[in-house]
Design a protein around this ligand. Sequence first.
Ligand code: ADP
Ligand code: MG
Length: 263
Amino acid sequence: MSPNGESRLRARGLTAGYGGTEILHGIDTDIPAGRITALIGPNGCGKSTLLSCFSTLLPYRGGVLLDDRDLRSVPRRERARLLALLPQQPTAPDGLTVAQLVARGRHPHQTWWSQWSTRDEAEVGRALETTGVPDLADRTLDQLSGGQRQRVWIAMTLAQDTPTLLLDEPTTYLDLAHSIDVLSLVRRLCDEEGKTIVMVLHDLNLAVRYADHLLVMGEGRIAATGTPDEVMDADLLRNVFGLEARVVPDPVTGGPMIVPELA
Ligand code: ADP
Ligand code: MG
């Protein structure tokens, strides 16, 4: 919970899966408002599945509350103005330009009487600037490097201009310098615009550095929640990730830093 006790997203007894296979087994958790939550856990533990439930892409049992409302009772367009998801493997039709893709983020804000406003134009421009890709606006997606494409997808998610962002591995395809760029951007969106962010991160050291709140999952259950200082230790790494590692003070931040033992 954030210091003022606000929670933007809550899961209560959240259970979901694919076909007959249950993946999430009754998740209870609160996502603090106006903070960065890093969702971490080993491959296949259900992180993307949880984000799919939070964005109602996947049916679930139990409850998800968004600003104290049952998520399923919020009309789809309104939901898309409140919450944006950047999936782990987003797809777009062939031949779309960067500008056209980012403009798609504005769909939930458009109406039949006002299809494309100066506000939409401004938000698309702002999203392209913020992610550092305005020069790419007229290129098609297949003319981009993996890193450029990832930034363009983030721009589309930002153009949706929602108070809550769900980012599934936003630093995929990015080298360390570009990863830091994106995470610093996420930090700014949180600090300056008060956005609530949930992001799945693979790199545990980046997760503990950039998150205010850690949500650690193991095999479809919550293994731990709290600040990185509270949560990250050698026992957690061993029990949840099967990793032998030391947790030492980060020489830059003083927070926890994970140093794996030699195998
Ligand atoms: P994570 O994001 O933590 O790596 P996922 O949520 O993607 O994990 O996957 C959790 C489990 O659900 C895995 O066992 C995966 O194989 C399975 N799974 C994910 N997506 C599907 C799907 N569309 N159909 C069937 N099983 C799936
Ligand atoms: Mg995933």
